[in-house]
Design a protein around this ligand. Structure first.
Ligand code: KG4
Ligand code: ZN
Length: 333
């Protein structure tokens, strides 16, 4: 029997979840809207808002799960990777909470947790599987052999896929974070309207910085002829950019699946909320006989539910840390 309270504060969302005997019974997320005014996350502001949000988010999670502090068996928290000031709020809170209640502390790697989100609901993938983790900070293809036995077999050499979405959105004068808005406009556009070259990167690695620059130059060139090019063609531009990013991701995933001879394929991270990626993955799965796994929407973007399920796995093998633990902006995979 276990009740795990989990805290996630690696970037701009404060989230608290409860895992009761392996089931997520609360997953509360307090978003920070203040960053929209700046076109990106401002680390100093993020950590200040985490400080304001953390207590009410914990109280709400306890209420939703119908448990009290005394019911909690252990506290799991995101140790890294992420923004140091943001992580510090969650880590300090988790440590004090565990100390006050005299219960164990569990450290969770945010990138592992994105993948372990697949073990929250049915259907769960079978080991070994491949997971494409695509977020605002990471783009990785991971060979997952067991809950905590994972190997990165491909990753981005520069920008992450989420950044490619967000930076393109900025070029198109859409507010931050632009990924979901590109997705929304793409639904009414033609994905074949404009063609953007696929970066030629060896192995299973990715690169998105040149891709983003090519979009910038394309838009600038079009605007010389038509200053209203963006507003008049927004849906088609979004659909074409989204289509290109999805193709880049899927082509590498196909290569990895072939190389490792694996047909259990999962996606994780904020960009896995993208409808073009979800549809494209399902289509590829139908063609190639893959079994695909996509977490529920609320467990794709940053959330503490994924930290709680990872914490539950660690709790079952008594994998705890001491009070000397500190946040890590960069954390070994
Ligand atoms: O995993 P996540 O919530 O935070 C990080 O750990 O980075 O991912 C956030 C990223 C942002 O870049 C956001 O624009 C992108 O995920 N994103 C999307 C969509 N929803 C979130 N990108 C494209 N389409 C979406 N529907
Ligand atoms: Zn994330």
């Amino acid at each position: 029997m276990s009740v795990i309270l989990a805290i996630e504060s690696s970037c701009d969302d404060t989230s608290v979840a409860i895992c009761n005997n392996g089931k997520i019974t609360a997953n509360v997320i307090a978003n920070q809207t203040i960053h929209e005014n700046y076109g990106g996350v401002i680390p100093e502001l993020a950590s200040r808002v985490h400080q304001q949000n953390i207590v009410p988010t914990i109280e709400q999670a306890l209420k939703n799960a119908q448990v009290t502090k005394q019911d909690i068996s252990a506290v799991a928290f995101t140790q890294g990777p992420g923004l140091l000031g943001s992580l510090l709020v969650g880590v300090s809170f988790a440590k004090s909470f565990a100390l006050g209640l005299n219960i164990p502390l569990i450290s969770v790697n945010h990138m592992h947790a994105h993948i372990l989100a697949h073990f929250i609901d049915e259907p769960k993938p079978n080991f070994p599987f491949l997971c494409l983790t695509v977020s605002g900070g990471h783009t990785q293809i991971v060979l997952v052999k067991d809950y905590f036995d994972m190997e990165i077999v491909g990753e981005t050499l520069d920008d992450a896929a989420g950044e490619a979405f967000d930076k393109t959105a900025k070029i198109l004068q859409l507010p931050y974070p632009g990924g979901p808005l590109i997705d929304k406009h793409a639904k009414n556009g033609n994905p074949k309207a404009y063609k953007f070259a696929e970066p030629q990167i060896a192995d299973l690695n990715f690169s998105f910085s040149g891709f983003k620059t090519s979009i910038l130059y394309f838009i600038r060139k079009q605007e010389i002829e038509n200053p209203n090019f963006i507003t008049e063609n927004l849906n088609d531009i979004c659909a074409s950019v989204q289509h290109s990013i999805v193709q880049i991701l899927l082509n590498k995933l196909k290569k990895a699946a072939k190389q490792f001879n694996i047909n259990e394929i999962a996606i994780a991270g904020g960009v896995s909320a993208n409808s073009g990626l979800r549809d494209g993955l399902q289509q590829t799965a139908d063609e190639l006989g893959w079994k695909v796994y996509i977490p529920a929407f609320q467990y794709c973007t940053d959330n503490a539910g994924m930290i709680a399920i990872a914490g539950y796995q660690k709790f079952s093998v008594n994998d705890f840390v001491g009070q000397e633990v500190s946040p890590k902006a960069r954390m070994e995979f």
